[in-house]
Design a protein around this ligand. Sequence first.
Ligand SMILES: [Zn+2]
Ligand SMILES: [Zn+2]
Length: 180
Amino acid sequence: MTTLLPYDVESARERIAEAARAVEIRLGPNALALAAARLPIRLSGGEADLVAAAVLTVLGDDLRQAQAAWEQGGAALRTCLLPGCTRQFDLIASVSGAEPAREIWSSAGWMQHRALGGAACPDHAQALWASGQHVPQWRREADDDIRLVCECGWSSGEVVFRGHGITLWQAHALEVLRSP
Ligand SMILES: [Zn+2]
Ligand SMILES: [Zn+2]
């Protein structure tokens, strides 16, 4: 599960400007003559390369940091099982009792559901499961007919595989949440 943080343009601009300000250019006689005549000076090819290299160093560092943050946090994040919900919690931090890297990845209020093989964020766990009304269970109707049946009476009907039943229940949950 990837979580791309919005790129912080303001802070990147500051760091790039700082890197650009650190570039030192020695003005040659031509540039000095232009300056004396109050004419604008353009960077030479070599000088522009120096500035470009300074900028690329900043961007490269940003990229490496973003990659490291993703490798640390990305693999452990679990997303709410309600389609369209983007809330996530850090499974490893939750199991180990450690603080998640970011506060929004806290597992507080999340509920796991074994039959669905997933977890719901606090809002959706509250809306669907707090009353016990939409807690689904697998029920064997016949040897080759296992259905997902919701506490409210909804049933998946015959399913072809486990994920089929879970997807149908997700659609049921969305209907429930949509209805007033
Ligand atoms: Zn959710
Ligand atoms: Zn239901």
